[in-house]
Design a protein around this ligand. Structure first.
Ligand code: ADP
Ligand code: MG
Length: 570
């Protein structure tokens, strides 16, 4: 390990030389209480930034082990330090100048949710900040003195400000950890209480605007208030007690006039699979971790999915027990999304009329008279929503303001009126003149389909060895194909998409022609739980900046790969 003076001397010598001479920096340096590891140097000022790590010994960081003894604590501390690092870098590092990304410092940008990230690793012996740094240039020449100021003076100060306990707001740190632990504890209690979601009293659900995830503020905001008969309470490890609406297992339908807050409520529940930071307003909106939003997504590719419970007897004669298409319709895409979500282990489906195919959801009587059943391939969701629960144990929360067709099949109907929920189950059942639900119908509609098994090399063009690359939150470049993830409502951060890209490469290497897709993803998740998120990365040292995706979104990405090939014999 070299010292700061050596680094300063080297950078002075490099000043004005060709950019490629920065390569000499690769190595490690002790600078005061921190160690700087230069793992990878960019090839030119416009290339993706250089990868460095700033490491502080655990004794120096002095983060007490009762904060980091459990997974939730470690994730919370890591998230807190990442946010502090972002703030400190923003305050202390001057705006980049010169060519390309010279002077840029990045560590990831956490939003309103708390995700497991590679940005700051809190390990037994050290705290490690993984940063992307643009090495300063004029034209294609090294700016050695600027680089020295950045690497030797500024970055270590940023690290000390944001990673050492004595420089942090300790109360805020402890509150952050406690909040995350309480949220995760509550999430863990949901199944035992027979609930699929919880929406806390006082929650602020609406967002500032369509393109902002920050809470709406001002006098117009109506905080959430649970209807009396759905109100539940939880006592949490911190001693905190929260009350709110418990959404029970089964079928729950949310109704109400247009613009009364139905989609806003469902959207909050769909984000509730992730913990939220204090002040977000959705801290106490907690959903089962495997809940999946199901929407229509016409145009997507589908490979070998059994959509026969919903669609059978297509005019083309295509076999819908093993349905493939390069261009799904609204209804077939929604059916495939639903069946795939169950394959990915979803216990709860979240469906909004705004993003559903009407013919997938319902068919009214007049249409049944005009088009006889034998000419209609679609069995609408309204007829499958109960068997889904009784046969498969899969609950649904459904927003349906435009149709009373679901009154019969709902266990609970919640009406929103000016954002205030009321339990209107009894009235809805009266209106429907509810016929007894034939739950134990003799014919099972959801026979367990054969698990889908990717062929050996079925997830990769044999000729293509380039790794998958996330271009944005919604796009992954994989071989020559683009995987379009725009339909995944619960993929919330581009850093997760990078995680999915790595996961695709890892799964592609494991396809042996006999392991099912669900098992492949399970194996990967076990690896992550055991060895940590870094194992997804192909890089040693700085793993790259990414966040942990859910297994549901990993599977969803595989399902959207247009060249996915399944094992023969299916
Ligand atoms: P719906 O799906 O019932 O038509 P939305 O959920 O789209 O209604 O909400 C309509 C508008 O009301 C949105 O602009 C949303 O931000 C706002 N809104 C939703 N919930 C609240 C609330 N609790 N307080 C204030 N405004 C809200
Ligand atoms: Mg709506």
């Amino acid at each position: 390990m070299r010292d700061a003076e050596t680094l300063r001397r080297v950078l002075a010598q490099l000043d004005g030389r060709g950019y490629a001479s920065y390569k000499q920096l690769v190595g490690s340096y002790r600078i005061g209480v921190v160690r700087l590891f230069v793992d990878h140097v960019q090839v030119d000022p416009y290339a993706p930034p250089s990868r460095m790590r700033i490491i502080v010994d655990r004794e120096v960081a002095d983060l007490s082990s009762d904060l980091t003894g459990d997974a939730a604590g470690r994730i919370a501390v890591s998230d807190f330090l990442t946010r502090r690092f972002v703030d400190a870098a923003h305050r202390m590092v001057p705006r980049p100048e010169g060519t390309g990304n010279g002077g840029f410092v990045g560590i990831g940008r956490p939003g309103q949710e708390v995700l497991e990230r590679t940005s700051v690793a809190v390990l037994a012996d050290r705290v490690e900040a993984r940063i992307d740094v643009g090495l300063p240039a004029s034209g294609r020449r090294v700016r050695g003195h600027q680089a020295a100021r950045l690497l030797i003076d500024l970055l270590p100060r940023v690290a000390e400000t944001s990673l050492l306990h004595r420089n942090l707001d300790r109360r805020a740190l402890r509150e952050h950890v406690t909040l995350l632990r309480d949220q995760e504890h509550l999430r863990g209690l949901l199944p035992g209480r027979g609930l699929v979601a919880f929406v806390g009293d006082g929650a602020i659900l609406p967002r500032r605007s369509g393109d902002s995830d920050l809470p709406l503020t001002g006098a117009a905001v109506v905080p959430f208030e649970s209807p009396g008969n759905l109100r539940v309470a939880f006592d949490l490890p911190s001693g905190r007690r929260v009350t709110g609406m418990g959404v029970p297992e089964g079928v729950t339908v949310i109704v109400g006039g247009g613009y009364h807050g139905k989609s806003t409520l469902l959207r909050a529940i769909e984000r509730g699979v992730y913990p939220h930071i204090g002040g977000d307003g959705r801290e106490w909106v907690i959903t089962r971790p495997d809940a999946v939003t199901i929407r229509a997504e016409d145009g997507r590719a589908v490979t070998g999915v059994d959509i026969s419970p919903f669609i059978a007897g297509l005019p083309s004669g295509a076999d819908t027990r093993c349905f493939s298409t390069t261009n799904a319709s609204g209804s077939t895409s929604q059916a495939a999304n639903l069946v795939e979500a169950i394959e990915a282990g979803a216990s709860t489906l979240l469906i909004d009329e705004d993003t559903s195919a009407t013919n997938f959801m319902i068919r009214d009587e007049r249409m049944q008279q005009l088009i006889p059943a034998k000419d209609e391939p679609i069995t609408p969701f309204v007829q499958r929503i109960r068997p889904l629960f009784t046969e498969k144990g899969v609950s649904t929360i459904l927003v349906a303001g435009g149709s009373g067709a679901f009154f019969d099949v709902a266990d609970h109907v919640i009406a929103l009126n000016s954002y205030v929920p009321n339990d209107v189950t009894a009235q809805a059942h009266n209106i429907a003149n509810r016929t007894p639900q034939n739950d134990a119908a003799s014919l099972r509609v959801f026979d367990s389909p054969n698990p889908r098994v990717p062929a050996r090399d079925g997830l990769r063009e044999p000729s293509k060895t380039k790794p998958a690359k996330a271009r944005s939150r919604t796009d992954i470049q994989y071989g020559r194909e683009n995987i379009d993830l725009i339909g995944l409502m619960q993929l919330i951060d581009a850093a997760q998409t990078t995680g999915i890209a790595h996961a695709l490469d890892s799964i592609a290497g494991r396809c042996d022609g006999s392991t099912s897709l669900a098992q492949l993803v399970d194996q990967l998740v076990e690896d992550l739980d055991e060895h940590g998120l870094d194992v997804l990365s192909p890089h040693r040292g700085h793993p790259g900046l990414f966040a942990r995706p859910r297994s549901q979104e990993i599977m969803a990405a595989v399902n959207r790969y247009r060249k996915l090939r399944l094992s023969a014999g299916r």
